[in-house]
Design a protein. Sequence first.
Length: 155
Amino acid sequence: MRTEADLRRLMKTRVEPGEHGEAVVAAALARLREHGYLDDAVFAETYARLRQQNEKFGVRRVRQDLQQKGVGTELIAETLEARYGATNEEALAREHLERKRLRKPENEKETARIMRRLVAAGFSPGVIYKILRQWDVPDEALTALENLDEEPHEE
């Protein structure tokens, strides 16, 4: 499945530039919509459902992915509210850790790795810190992680 923005982008490379090419793309997209093959709302719901159930991704990751795919902001908000509204983010984060076979960290390096993985999976810092505290990660390791966020990166 693809979004309307994805298809429009892909089709533009295959038609002649100018108004005629844009008209051809618009006609093709209208026909796909008319026959029910193109619907951003269905795409967003399916995408969010699969990422939540299979990948165990958090709402932030799914929102970012849908934005990159060209789904409208209002549609994203509606879809994520319906899909993640009653979801316990902490339980989902624990399922993600279990799915990725990540275990309790033994040192600061492993703690930082787990935190990075959870952030990349779309979980909020509050939930991540809550999980790490429940794993009895030393406070020194957690404060070291907080300090990493504050330091500017040199390139």
